[in-house]
Design a protein. Structure first.
Length: 233
């Protein structure tokens, strides 16, 4: 097979949106299902259960969006500050920066002469790009995008949260908790498997990990709701 016909598929370019999507859907499923199960375990009727679930969906989606935007924006601000600082250093002390880049390549296994040649050549081509990539570790492939992360998180949270709400609306009154729990665990297993597959990780590991923590969250909330219901009766 020739080098030109050899295609490689890498997952690193998916990290930003994949992380936000998986976290959003997982949180939507787990938090809303847990909330609905907790309210149901406390002895509430279907209307109260649905109201609580809908409020959880809206509040959770907005919280996810705000949280992702603030978090990723902070990362972006830090990256930009580092780039500005590096730009000034390249302007004020280019030889020092060249020596620094040379040391980086020596530490990665090149002999000093070859490291100097590589550092010099890359500096001539685009000094800032070389220092961004090799000194700061900032790559365009994994650069954070705050708005993208916020939108994806909110939408996927809402999609995940809709599942237990639909089940709560159609399930028989006496079986709401059981059916929501079973449906949510199945959906979490599928979500964990899909997320792992899209990221190139083992499917079973991803499914088990997500399902375990989802089950734990629902069990804890159900217990809290049941205890609260008993205390009020």
């Amino acid at each position: 097979m020739s080098r030109l016909s050899h295609g490689e598929i890498h997952m690193v370019h998916r990290i930003g949106w994949l992380r936000a999507a998986v976290l959003g859907a997982n949180d939507g499923l787990v938090s809303t299902a847990s909330l609905v199960i907790g309210v149901a375990a406390a002895g509430s009727a279907r209307p109260e259960i649905l109201i609580a679930g809908l409020a959880g969906l809206v509040a959770g989606a907005m919280s996810m969006a705000a949280g992702e935007y603030v978090s990723v924006s902070s990362q972006t601000d830090a990256e930009r500050a580092d780039i500005r600082r590096e730009t000034m250093e390249l302007k004020d002390a280019p030889e020092v920066e060249l020596d620094e880049l040379t040391r980086i390549y020596v530490e990665r296994g090149l002999d000093e002469g070859l490291a100097r040649q590589v550092a010099t050549r890359l500096t001539q081509m685009d000094a800032l790009a070389a220092h961004r990539r090799d000194e700061l570790g900032i790559s365009d492939t994994v650069t954070a995008h705050p708005i993208q992360a916020a939108i994806v998180s909110a939408l996927t949270f809402a999609v995940g949260a809709v599942v237990p709400l639909i089940v709560a609306a159609v399930a028989p009154s006496g079986q709401i908790t059981t059916i929501i729990a079973g449906t949510t665990l199945f959906a979490l297993a599928v979500l964990g498997g899909l997320g792992a597959s899209a990221g190139g990780a083992p499917v079973l590991t991803g499914a088990v990990r997500v399902t375990f923590w989802g089950a734990l969250a629902m069990a804890a909330t159900a217990a809290a709701g049941a205890l609260f219901g008993v205390s009020l009766s």
